[in-house]
Design a protein around this ligand. Structure first.
Ligand SMILES: [Fe+2]
Length: 248
């Protein structure tokens, strides 16, 4: 879009509320000590390209990109684990759906193990599960993908810390200024209240915003259960970052 045509449709973005977000330095989450900024943050006005790019088209997607049950599986086979559908809407700070947003997601397998060269957990790999996928939101901001429910896993933080079952999300909205990295948890998981990463969230409301409820309306009988996860980009109704206050 030419700047001669006036301001971009997406406009500027509401500044991130840094009081509302988790603190960057949260020592019970050990790695936040080294990852958090050591100096005061600098603030810059957003640029046109940050407000209007990137733009993704459906042509970048493969047929099975939104199906983690099949996208790494051998022909005729499928991933092991509870079959689920994850769906919801990506909304902006005013409650409007965000169409064309690229969602990328990655997760451990049903045993809690990632397919990654630095993974050290002894749980078995599933030869038919890769653990990554992506999709693009529809006109109303809605999205869905199919996967297996990941398992909880231990991690080196305290003496005996376990992550709740979770799915990692990266979301590109209408511009880089809306970029969001977050995690989705599952309703009813007893590990949620024990997790040091969840513990950096300041309110129960924040935890609830990251916890997807079972959605029986979207289940497929005799096939898959469904969980609903809405994501809000920027502004007062924003979904929470995992642990960091980021620039922009
Ligand atoms: Fe994880």
């Amino acid at each position: 879009m030419s700047i001669l045509n006036g301001p971009p449709k997406s406009g500027g973005f509401i500044p991130r509320d840094r009081v509302w977000q988790p603190d960057a330095l949260t020592p019970p989450y050990k790695t936040s000590v080294k990852r958090s900024p050591q100096a005061a943050l600098l603030s810059f006005p957003t640029t046109l390209s940050e407000e209007t790019s990137p733009v993704f088209g459906h042509s970048i997607l493969g047929d099975l990109d939104n199906d983690l049950i099949l996208n790494y599986a051998k022909s005729g086979e499928s991933a092991i684990g509870p079959r689920i559908i994850v769906h919801g809407r990506v909304l902006d700070e005013n409650g409007r759906g965000v169409p064309g947003a690229l969602l990328e997601f990655w997760q451990a397998n049903a045993g809690g193990r990632y397919r990654h060269k630095k993974e050290s957990y002894q749980a078995a790999l599933d030869p038919n599960f890769g653990g990554c996928g992506r999709t693009i939101t529809a006109e109303d901001g809605s999205y869905e993908f199919r996967t297996i429910q990941p398992g909880p896993y231990p991690w080196p933080n305290g003496m005996n810390d376990w992550r709740p079952a979770h799915i990692h999300f990266s979301i590109f909205g209408h511009g880089f200024a809306q970029r969001l990295i977050t995690q989705m948890y599952f309703e009813g998981d007893p590990h949620i209240k024990l997790c040091p990463i969840v513990g950096i969230l300041k309110t129960q409301e924040a935890i609830d915003a990251l916890t997807a409820p079972l959605d029986m309306n979207r289940t497929v009988p005799m096939d898959s259960r469904a969980f609903k996860f809405d994501i809000v980009l920027r502004g007062q109704r924003q979904t929470y970052f995992e642990n960091r206050k980021e620039g922009l």
